[in-house]
Design a protein around this ligand. Sequence first.
Ligand code: AMP
Length: 194
Amino acid sequence: MTPAFSVCVYCGSRPGSKPEYAEAARAVGTWIGQHGGQLVYGGGKAGLMGITAEAALQAGGRVVGVIPKALVEKEWAFHDCTELYIVDTMHERKRMMAERADAFLALPGGIGTFEELFEVWTWRQLGYHDKPVGLLNVDRYYDGLLAFLGATVEQQFLSDWQMDLIQTGTDPQTLLTRLVQDAGFAPAPHLGGI
Ligand code: AMP
């Protein structure tokens, strides 16, 4: 079945220190699956990545993983993906993930997640795409980053309109609904069947 929409999720390859992070990852995957959507992500089985992917599959969603072969060789791939693409380079991976997505959402994570979030945000401000970008601030994880970004606006290295290109939220369902609606879709609960 054709998915109703695709959300590209960037998140930690580790679970983090608090159970709230895993709960949020599970809620994101479940919401995508329950609304007939497709998760696009980095194809890993570790940490929040694996939790999100498993939840999406369990809720009936499609999961597209895109992973560089170097990471597959380290046995980091999640082979239960509906579609798993093994690509040569990180650049190829990120381009493919971005192309397959209608919206982007970053969850708590480390440098990999930061890099992915900042890249799609930069691409958006340059007009390379016009897809919504979201940041899920689970249990205040991103408070420090958001405060820093606010300071960069005050210091005039960033403009309010650039900040407005990132939608932040604390509730997975509310933020996902907003992103998917802004991408031009009306996410109704998926009832299954034919
Ligand atoms: P990090 O936030 O540093 O844990 O990195 C997570 C992000 O980088 C994910 O969104 C992935 O796209 C990529 N990544 C980092 N480590 C892995 C891994 N072990 N398996 C698959 N992708 C990874």
